[in-house]
Design a protein around this ligand. Sequence first.
Ligand SMILES: Cc1ncc(COP(=O)(O)O)c(C=O)c1O
Length: 382
Amino acid sequence: MIFDLNLERVRNRPGIKWERHGSDVLSAWVADMDVEVPDFIKEAVVARINEGGLGYGFYDEPIPVLEAFKSRMSHAFDWNVETSDVLRVHDVIQGLEWVLDTLTPPGSGIVLQTPVYPPFYSSVEGTGRNWVANPLMETEDGWALDFDHLDQVAARDDVSALLLCHPHNPCGYVMTATDLVQIIEIADRNDLVVISDEIHCDLVYSPHQHIPAASISDIAAQRTVTLTAATKTFNMAGLRMAFVHSSSQQYLPQLKEIRPRMIGGINGLGQVATVAGWEQGDAWIAELVEGLDHNRHLLSELLSEHLPQVRYRPPQATYLAWLDCRELDLGDDPAEVFLSRGKVALNSGLDFGVEGAGHVRLNFATSPEMLTMIVERMASAV
Ligand SMILES: Cc1ncc(COP(=O)(O)O)c(C=O)c1O
């Protein structure tokens, strides 16, 4: 059982999640899971060390991790890619900044579906571009993209790109084929780059399905740059290995013009771990998603019992819950109150944009027992 965890061990785990706030605080903030490193990752990394293989890796093809990327995308998402269209980076957000710098003009507008993962704002601002919000709409049936508004902002002269969080962090929305077709149509009509961050692609609950944005049509393939990694799926963010993919005849040559030293060399252990995950991880992912699925429903029950004023829609993907705490009257930043009074560390909704006032993000990738303690502590704070 992936979530059958030794909680003492979890609370003393090295890393930012559990170390930042000290061991008397329960941590449900940064997007790391409380699970153990999967055996196939551990064995691959240890084997590489035991072989004495910590030297330089190959810079030229065949690079095993690119072959693994190709077969994983085909096998998991029915998406056929060429290894020559894949570029390695150390992390997804590094890839995002590279793409923004290379493919969008300084000072131009980048459309985000807000509220959204905080580095989207900082990377757009940090590269000297401006973010343009296209807020997600909350309907009776769940989250939805506001296509009327998207149509308007996409037509602005200053806008150069649509940045997708697909699946969406923090709302857990999974874009459908219909959504993607419409997005690509809008992008094509307005000559915009589509940058699709798909790092949460494996953590999708049935009946929802991840469809890579670039895979839906030939036009999508020409319009899209995909950012992804295996690090979220296998809980190994510290191993720093991510990918930028584009088969666009326009974008790919430009992306390849970067000076390689700006990207840095190959992270040998990240590569070994990614190959092991993609080649051997199917059963583990299925078990993980089953455990997360259980937790996302358990969270509903816990909130109804202990904090009925909190509004929560179980996500369609990711292990992140976006909680609307406005009825609790804890001000704009309830995370601060839950931390100081309840000793629970959540993410402040404010970091995800103006829509995040009165909201928190809770990471439920932990044991059911820990999740129960987290909600009980939150309730004790109000
Ligand atoms: C949507 C999204 N993109 C990117 C990242 C981070 O990826 P990396 O650490 O490879 O930059 C995260 C981490 O939680 C994320 O949720």
